[in-house]
Design a protein around this ligand. Structure first.
Ligand code: ADP
Ligand code: MG
Ligand code: MG
Length: 891
């Protein structure tokens, strides 16, 4: 029989940390902590399988669930020494969500469950504090009303605000027991008014209502959006954790907080956290009051006067230090923990692997190797390759002038400028128009994630380093300044004010998430140098990986970047990109619109020196590393002038009249250019084009070789479908190479190979390999032609297919391993069968996608090639592939 419920508490547990699929992360770790002897309030976890059952049956439970819950609840009552629903000694419960992957704040939790008109009296007697009991009761009505019954939060907030106004107070803490008692009455009345029936007082009914609400919250919009953004499968489901309440709001010897075993922003090996005295649960993350630091060091660093936990509760701090030591020793990774102090007794409520910035991740991994906690392989495994992207975020140019408006907490690194918007919806609207936006909020909530995602930067005026805005922004790699208290935001007027300056919606500001500074206007940024822990870890990765990593680059700047990021050569240099510059494009157009070979050669002669100079630069920068040069590939009509001025300019350069130029342009028009006159078909119809390009390559190579530098050009012919085409063009290239050698007396080693980017080329790979010395899988075109989908025009279709679950991922971003990938595999097999030493690479966008890199390793490619900025990502992904790290591929 399937077991649906797992108990924990009292120094033991039925579950453990390795059962996260079944118990969710929170449940598995509550069990683990309990077994390890940490003080965990007793409770039980209802498995994720029940969630799946619930979804599949439209809201029904397995038959034996109720009995299992009853039994587990009895166990909790036994350990807690209180009974659920008992008017004298009532046990109160929290009902908490918790999926396999952490989804902070995306799903629901209800606290203080079990309160009603009777039990609140028991709670008053037990605590000898009516204020506390009534406050807990109204919190429960508010949370349960909102989460379970759908009575919006603001109904209750309004009542509270009105009451405070009547009483002439501003803070919740100024209200006494009488106030809260009155408010409880008002809340209950309000709920009844809206629901048309009384607020449920029966604790069992409350419990099952809470459980169902958590299961339902798996499918709320923000959870769905979060899963989509983070690639979490919809069918995982959440577990439900039911746990005895402990109270951080039982007076000044009570508190609640969160702590990280190391600093999640910098990675520094120092305790880091925030807490609030006399507060409950979500008060810290919600940013309702500004929290205090855990340690004195941190308090001093943040220049606040609020005392640290280390000062106000030294004994609890000492206990937490011991918790930190044991947690890191056990989990061997940085932990993010929730704790609550109830009348000077410490309780641990959650631990999970802490989210961190990329810099922190690198530092922690490298430090932990040095400390002997983990090995080098584990350090490599720990870093998410996609996360390295964050390191490439720009920072403010230190020499640039700046007008600092004010400061907040440096919550997520990187600097960004953009137009100010005051809500998530406006952020999405403006971003869609292509504008850079900075989202400014008093505080953010999970509803805002869509808007946060499209923002270049985020600024909040309330909340700490662990507030919602800070945590989510760090995860997304969006620069964020949080808790900038000197700023006053007016949502109604859509303005914010600081030190006499008024910033309106649409004004440009700059936020620096590394320093917490907020500036007026756009401040120029610079790209960081990659040093220290990054270099060390990448060095380890390079030792482990077997797959080569090259870059797609054609300009000197790109080539420099590629080398800086550790590329081992160029895997794709798109020669057509060298012609876009205004002075060159005229001659390019002249060449395209030429009436005959003579005119074409005349235009090509003008292009030759430019092209040669480009190659000299590339070869020099790449200093002996292989450089793959693809001969002209694009549909010619991409270069046809669209405007009259353009036509006139070309006509003048070519010495023909405009009407002739216009007529030739019309002749070149194609209905389906992507499947038309492009790639090697240009070389077949106009061999002189490839001839010129080959000449430029070999003359440049000889020039650089003469200077003593090693040069290894790999000449690549695009869009081949038959060996015959390839042989004709290879002959052209070899002839030119021989001529240049003859003329210069310099011998240059080179290879001639082909792109494999059409299904026919894959199928005939064995034959093509008889002539080709290398293959580079052009998976962009191969994906287009395999799916019959144009990459340029079908983004919205792909989106719809993903929403309907027809495509797991965008096949243009992550290689479709079962379709396009299968073609790559066949191409590899057939090519290598003919020519065992055939050099194999990939040069589509996929070369920088970690999951695709894993696939390339699996099918035995020699290298991947990707855009320069993704080279570090590919290097790390390749190392992880070599270590056998599992990834979700797009299939
Ligand atoms: P989330 O996943 O959003 O953090 P949690 O289930 O951890 O949601 O709960 C939300 C808040 O309620 C946290 O601050 C947590 O510490 C607090 N909380 C949860 N269960 C209890 C409990 N049994 N006693 C006291 N506080 C609790
Ligand atoms: Mg939590
Ligand atoms: Mg192509």
């Amino acid at each position: 029989m399937t077991k649906w419920v797992y108990g924990f508490g009292g120094g033991g547990a039925e579950g453990s940390a390795d059962m996260r699929d079944l118990l969710g992360g929170k449940g598995a770790n509550l069990a683990e902590m309990s077994s390890l002897g940490f003080p965990v309030p007793p409770g039980f976890t209802i498995t994720t399988e029940v969630c799946t059952h619930y979804s599949e049956t439209g809201g029904a439970y397995p038959d034996s669930l109720e009995a299992e819950v009853e039994q587990a609840l009895a166990g909790v009552e036994e350990i807690a020494g209180a009974r659920f629903g008992d008017p004298q000694r009532p046990l109160l419960l929290s009902v908490r969500s918790g999926a396999r992957a952490s989804m902070p704040g995306m799903m629901d939790t209800v606290l203080n469950l079990g309160l009603n008109a009777e039990t609140v009296k028991g709670l008053t007697a037990m605590s000898d504090d009516e204020r506390f009991a009534c406050d807990s009761y109204r919190r429960f009505i508010q949370m349960y009303g909102d989460v379970v019954l759908g009575v919006a939060y603001h109904h209750f907030e309004d009542l509270l605000e009105d009451h405070k106004l009547d009483r002439g107070v501003t803070l919740d803490t100024e209200l006494d027991a009488d106030d809260w008692r009155l408010l409880v009455g008002a809340y209950l009345k309000k709920a009844k008014e809206i629901l048309g029936q009384p607020f449920p007082g029966n604790p069992k009914e409350q419990l099952w209502g809470g459980i169902a609400a958590v299961f339902r919250s798996w499918d709320n919009n923000r959870a769905i959006t979060y899963r989509k953004l983070h690639g979490i499968p919809d069918d995982w489901g959440t577990a439900v954790n039911v746990q005895a309440m402990v109270f951080g709001n039982m007076g000044n010897d009570s508190a609640t907080g969160v702590c990280f075993t190391r600093n999640p922003s910098t990675g520094e090996n120092a305790y880091y956290g925030e807490f609030l005295v006399n507060a409950q649960g979500e008060d810290v993350v919600a940013g309702i009051r500004t929290p205090q630091s855990l340690t004195i060091a941190e308090r001093e660093a943040s220049h606040t006067d609020l005392p640290a936990l280390q000062e106000v509760m030294p004994d609890i701090y000492a206990e937490l230090l011991e918790v930190r030591r044991m947690m890191e020793g056990h989990y061997r990774d940085m932990q993010d923990m929730e704790f609550t102090v109830q009348q000077s007794k410490l309780w641990m409520l959650q631990t999970r692997t802490g989210k961190r910035t990329t810099n922190a991740a690198l530092k922690i991994a490298v430090d932990m190797v040095d400390e002997g906690l983990i090995g080098v392989d584990e350090a490599i495994r720990r870093i998410d390759p996609a996360q390295l992207d964050q390191l490439l975020h720009p920072s403010l140019d230190p020499s640039a002038e700046r007008k600092v408006l004010g400061r907040g907490l440096p919550a997520s690194p990187g600097a960004a400028s953009g137009r100010v918007v005051f809500n998530a919806e406006d952020a999405e609207g403006l971003a869609q128009k292509g504008e850079d936006v900075v989202l400014v909020r008093v505080e953010t909530s999970p509803e805002d994630i869509g808007g946060m995602h499209v923002s270049k930067g985020i600024l909040t005026t309330r909340g700490g380093m662990t507030s919602h805005a800070a945590v989510v922004a760090r995860g997304m790699g969006v620069p964020c300044v949080a808790g900038a208290g000197e700023f006053r935001v007016d949502y109604g007027e859509k303005i914010m004010e600081v030190g006499g300056t008024v910033v309106r919606e649409g004004d440009v500001i700059t936020v620096d998430g590394a320093t917490g500074e907020v500036m007026l206007g756009e401040v120029p940024t610079i790209h960081p140098e990659l040093t220290g822990d990054f270099v060390k870890l990448m060095g380890w990765a390079d030792k482990v990986r077997t797959l080569g990593v090259r870059a797609n680059a054609e300009t000197p700047a790109d080539a420099e970047t590629a080398r800086k990021f550790g590329a081992e050569g160029i895997g794709l240099s798109r020669t057509e990109h060298m012609f876009f510059e205004p002075r060159r494009i005229v001659h390019m157009r002249e060449m395209i619109l030429a009436a005959d070979e003579g005119e074409r050669r005349a235009a090509l002669d003008k292009l030759l020196p430019y092209q040669r100079q480009d190659f000299v630069q590339l070869f020099t920068i790449m200093a002996g590393l292989p450089v793959t040069i693809r001969l002209l590939d694009p549909p010619l009509n991409e270069f046809i002038p669209q405007s009259e001025e353009g036509l006139a300019e070309v006509a003048a350069a070519a010495g023909i009249d405009v009407s002739a130029a216009r007529a030739r342009a019309a002749l070149l028009k194609e209905g389906n250019p992507m499947l038309g006159h492009r790639g090697c078909r240009l070389g077949i119809t106009f061999p002189e084009i490839y001839e010129m390009q080959a000449r430029a390559i070999f003359e440049a190579a000889s020039e650089v070789a003469k200077g003593g530098e090693k040069v290894v050009p790999e000449v690549m012919i695009p869009l081949i479908v038959t060996r015959g085409e390839f042989v004709i063009l290879k002959d052209v290239i070899e002839r030119v190479a021989a001529e240049v050698k003859e003329a210069t007396g310099v011998r240059v080693e080179y290879l001639v190979g082909t792109m494999i980017e059409l299904p026919r080329a894959v199928l005939l790979a064995g034959d093509i390999a008889k002539a080709a010395q290398f293959f580079s899988f052009g998976t962009n075109d191969l994906t287009q032609t395999t799916y019959g989908l144009s990459r340029d025009d079908t983004a919205h279709i792909v989106e719809i297919y993903r929403d309907k679950g027809l495509f797991k991922d965008d096949p243009f971003a992550s290689l479709d391993t079962e379709g396009v990938g299968e073609l790559v595999r066949i191409g590899v097999e057939r090519g290598r069968a003919t020519r065992p030493d055939l050099k194999l690479g990939i040069c589509g966008e996929h070369g920088g996608d970690p999951a695709s890199v894993h696939f390339c390793q699996k099918v035995g490619l020699d290298y991947v090639s990707c855009s320069p900025y993704r080279v570090p990502i590919a290097r790390l992904a390749a190392a992880q592939a070599a270590l056998g790290v599992k990834v979700e591929t797009n299939a």
